[in-house]
Design a protein around this ligand. Structure first.
Ligand SMILES: NC(=O)c1ccc[n+]([C@@H]2O[C@H](COP(=O)([O-])OP(=O)(O)OC[C@H]3O[C@@H](n4cnc5c(N)ncnc54)[C@H](O)[C@@H]3O)[C@@H](O)[C@H]2O)c1
Length: 252
């Protein structure tokens, strides 16, 4: 599918993987609507072709309004990239007691339910667009994590949310096949984004050393490149693609 002269929604589009993807799609000629929280948008750079829209991915009304804005762009909405996410950690049992149930719910709410909410409301709008070759209408790209498969100690909530995103990929692709909408999930390894900003240089170097090859952290533009490849490759559908330098995470 061609990206030029289409509209795209990128959630978490003010930072990290979403920010890089929004910029890459805009550079390819898309009208990009980058959905994020107010706090994220405040810090976001100005990028030609990218319009920031304040919306919490878990809120159907806010996402519905953002989808309407994207649909009114004058070019068809063909792409959704779900990058909004949070990654707090916590063990089931620790010296502080049991895992906070509210935190578990929050991680599932943002990472899994937020992804589902945006995918569903955007798919409804995409299903009304004119068809392209092969009766195609568009593509949804979701973001899981290698933690969906090899979650570490303290990642029980995060892994459960990302396992959910990986698990819904095939049934979502099957559900939306009759509308000509593909669904593909990217499962990144360790990518150097603001989400990693809090870790020390020493810890970061340890993480880089644990990647078999290339021996470094991934870059946000490498995620964006894969998102572009998925959009342009019409036969990729219903699959979870690891983007991780072949890392397999140890328990800790
Ligand atoms: N960076 C990594 O190493 C890595 C690895 C695997 C998976 N991921 C996943 O990739 C995605 C992007 O991560 P990142 O590293 O770019 O993080 P990031 O923190 O740089 O960006 C995430 C963005 O999501 C936004 N966001 C959070 N909650 C939101 C909500 N409820 N509604 C709207 N926006 C919201 C934040 O404001 C932020 O701008 C996340 O889903 C993350 O779990 C990241």
């Amino acid at each position: 599918m061609r990206i030029t002269d289409t509209a795209a929604i990128v959630t978490g589009g003010a930072s990290g993987l979403g920010g890089a993807t929004a910029a890459a799609l805009a550079a390819k000629g898309a009208r990009v609507f980058a959905l994020d929280l107010a706090g994220g948008i405040e810090k976001a750079p100005e990028v030609a072709g990218v319009t920031y829209v304040e919306a919490d991915v878990t809120d159907p009304e806010q996402v519905g309004a953002a989808v309407e804005q994207a649909t009114a762009a004058g070019v068809p909405l063909r792409t959704v990239v779900n990058c909004a996410g949070i990654g707090p950690s916590g063990r089931i049992l620790s010296r502080k007691g049991t895992h906070d149930l509210g935190l578990f719910r929050k991680v599932i709410e943002v990472n899994l339910i937020g992804t589902f909410n945006v995918m569903t409301l955007a798919a409804e709008a995409m299903a009304k667009t004119e068809t392209l070759e092969d009766d195609a209408r568009g593509v949804v790209i979701n973001t899981a994590s290698v933690a969906a498969f090899d979650g570490q100690i303290g990642q029980v909530a995060y892994s459960a949310s990302k396992g959910g995103v990986a698990g819904l990929t095939l049934p979502a692709a099957r559900d939306l096949a009759s509308q000509g909408i593909r669904v593909v999930t990217i499962a990144p390894g360790i990518i150097d984004t603001p989400m990693l900003a809090t870790v020390s240089d020493e810890f970061r170097a340890g993480l880089a050393a644990s990647v078999p090859f290339p021996k470094r952290l991934g870059r946000p533009d490498e995620y964006a490149q894969l998102a572009v490849d998925i959009i342009e490759h019409d036969y990729l559908n219903g699959e979870v693609i690891r983007l991780d330098g072949s890392i397999r995470m140890a328990p800790r």
